[in-house]
Design a protein around this ligand. Structure first.
Ligand SMILES: *[C@@H]1O[C@H](CO)[C@@H](O)[C@H](O)[C@H]1NC(C)=O
Ligand SMILES: *[C@@H]1O[C@H](CO)[C@@H](O)[C@H](O)[C@H]1NC(C)=O
Ligand SMILES: *[C@@H]1O[C@H](CO)[C@@H](O)[C@H](O)[C@H]1NC(C)=O
Length: 574
């Protein structure tokens, strides 16, 4: 325990105490609840709502993942002093498998004039000699959050845990010039080398035009702004830009930036609405220009995730030759609640990403390592769910589970006509046609984190429409509007269209359920939705899992497998 206390910030220790308390609480609570519903008022501070297998520090903002000498590293924005944003340092955790995490001391904290008021987000770059560098945004004046870019190197490159970092005297390496708004100049990307120069991108905005500024360097020390950005669009400020190459269509392997991509992805985190948008396109390294394939790409707005998912970063994993996407999920409660809980913010499950065979979008799938947390499988096969019916999947603790299901729609004849007014607004359509609004084909899917009396339920489902040409159009939604009796939660219905051929009637869904998060992957990772929900009855052993069909057409569960998920080592001690 002594060593443990040394490595944890004072208030992380508090957190640990909360977790220990939760273990005894689980038993107590489930016995009590079997007899009678809880008489206490619904509360958000229940330790049973604290996620079990999602990466979770006490508080985090955004992250810079990396692989080095046998270890995965996650550097994340962290407030050592509270469960709300402020006092930002780079906290640091390491893992052998991206599942079990060990906390280390913060890697980068304010210490020099160019970061003394905050060490904000940035990225790690692996240099040609195999050693890493971190570039990050520092706040050098508190009055206006004046932003400059800094660099840090490991003190001891032989230490695979990269515990100590040094900031060379030549910091900062980039400051806002006269054309840049110094309060809107942040989040350097991983750098890449081409034609004699290093390049990195920095997010900014000018007259509402969000942009990824290009900075070039010959020696990785002196950086000069290029005349024009890599790309820009009239969207407002771009935070956390990310730019990386993809192998060809349908090829699942990832690429390091030194390998030429068949295509490139540019992602920006839109400060205005806090969603992560990406386009797929071509990169001309001679001119340092990026052009999206879809001329309306910047408006069309493909999202990594149609739920609560922001400030994501990717990194290349050289061991398994894959590109991994890692996003951050904010809480959906109030700041007052966050203070009361004393924790806020989780990382989504790391996702492997690659180019869909269509070439038009990415596919995403939880990294396979997460499957080692699966307990005994529970399976259902060939079960027909009639209109208006549902059945329960039993035999597991459904509060912390992984569910994979393949559905088969018996006929598309009754699909509702699609109103083109919603063509660009899946979320609005789902707001109108939520899980309890009967349809022709669907809504069908899962009720997760659901109480036995159905007072609380979160629906993850599909609904199939038919456009003017008779072509099916699939909507995927997460509807948390009935997820909790706790007042004042943010409970929007999240939704995206699914670009999949459902003419065969087949569609799949995977949901990772973890107490207060539901992370779902539709049609093999074509459309993903992460939602935060905070039930007050459907917690711990009182959370149930159902398959439902609220349409007029029979749905067959060809196959469903659900696993209770074990809790990994999650930043609890070194
Ligand atoms: C550097 O790290 C290596 C590996 O952990 C260790 O053996 C060595 O003693 C360290 N060197 C210094 C100067 O701390
Ligand atoms: C710089 O950005 C801030 C924050 O968006 C804004 O309030 C301010 O007006 C901008 N300054 C200029 C000179 O555009
Ligand atoms: C997190 O979400 C809450 C809404 O529940 C919002 O008030 C807050 O601004 C969000 N924080 C960030 C950093 O996006």
């Amino acid at each position: 325990m002594g060593a443990l206390l040394r490595v944890l910030a004072p208030w992380a220790v508090l957190l640990l105490a909360l977790q220990l308390a939760s273990a005894s609480h689980v038993i107590h609570r489930s016995l009590e609840d079997e007899a009678a519903p809880p008489s206490v008022p619904p509360s958000i501070v229940s330790p049973l709502l604290r996620t079990g297998y999602h990466f979770q520090p006490p508080k985090n903002w955004i992250n810079a993942p990396m692989y080095y000498k046998g270890w995965y590293h996650l550097f994340y924005q962290y407030n050592p002093k509270g469960a709300v944003w402020g006092n930002i340092v780079w906290a640091h955790s390491v893992s052998r498998d991206l599942v079990n995490w060990i906390p280390l001391e913060p890697a980068i904290a304010p210490s020099i004039p160019s970061d003394k008021h905050g060490c904000w987000s940035g990225s790690a770059t692996i240099l040609p000699d195999g050693s890493p560098a971190i570039m990050y945004t520092g706040i050098s004046r508190p009055d206006i959050n004046y932003q400059v870019q800094n660099i840090a190197f490991p003190k001891n490159k032989s230490d695979p845990l990269l515990r100590e970092w040094v900031k060379p005297a030549y910091n900062p390496i980039a400051v806002p010039d006269a054309g840049i708004n110094a309060t809107q100049f942040r989040d350097p990307t991983t750098a890449w080398y081409a034609d004699g120069h290093w390049r990195m991108l920095i997010g900014s905005v000018r007259y509402d035009r969000g942009m990824a500024l290009v900075y070039r360097s010959r020696d990785f020390k002196r950086w000069v702004k290029a005349k024009h950005p890599l790309h820009s669009a009239l969207t407002g400020m771009w935070e956390c830009p990310d730019f990386f190459p993809l192998a060809g269509t349908g090829q699942q392997n990832g690429l390091d930036f030194s390998e030429p991509g068949a295509k490139y992805v540019l992602k920006n985190s839109l400060d205005r609405n806090r969603y992560d948008y990406y386009t797929i396109g071509k990169y001309d390294k001679r001119t340092d220009r990026y052009v999206p394939d879809d001329p309306n790409g910047d408006q069309h707005r493909l999202r990594y995730d149609y739920g609560n998912f922001y400030a994501s970063k990717t990194f290349y994993d050289p061991v398994n030759r894959r590109r991994i996407l890692w996003g951050w999920a904010n809480e959906s409660d109030s700041v007052t609640d966050d203070r009361a809980k004393d924790w806020a913010g989780i990382q989504a499950i790391p996702r492997k990403i690659w180019l869909d065979p269509s070439g038009k979008q990415l596919l995403q799938w939880p990294i396979e390592e997460i499957e080692k947390l699966r307990g005994k499988p529970v399976s259902v096969s060939g079960k027909v769910v009639k209109p208006g019916q549902h059945f329960e999947v039993t035999g597991l603790g459904a509060y912390q589970a992984d569910v994979e299901v393949s559905f088969e729609v018996s006929s598309l004849a009754k699909a509702e006509p699609f109103d083109p007014a919603y063509a660009n607004d899946a979320q609005k359509l789902c707001g109108v046609k939520g899980a309890d609004v009967k349809g022709g084909v669907g809504p069908f899917g899962l009720w997760v984190l659901t109480s036995a009396n159905m007072q609380e339920k979160t629906a993850v489902f599909f609904r199939v429409f038919k456009d003017g040409y008779g072509k099916p159009k699939v909507l995927m939604c997460t509807d948390p509007t009935k997820s909790s009796l706790i007042p004042d939660l943010y409970k929007p219905t999240f939704a995206g269209f699914v670009d999949t051929d459902i003419s065969s009637g087949k569609i799949s869904l995977r949901s990772l359920i973890d107490r207060s998060v539901v992370e779902s992957f539709g049609a093999g990772g074509r459309t993903c939705i992460l939602s935060r929900v905070y039930p007050s009855i459907a917690i711990g052993k009182d959370a149930h899992l159902y398959v439902f069909n609220n349409g007029e057409t029979d749905i067959k569960v060809s196959h469903l497998t659900a696993w209770e998920m074990k809790k990994p080592l999650m930043n609890e001690g070194a």
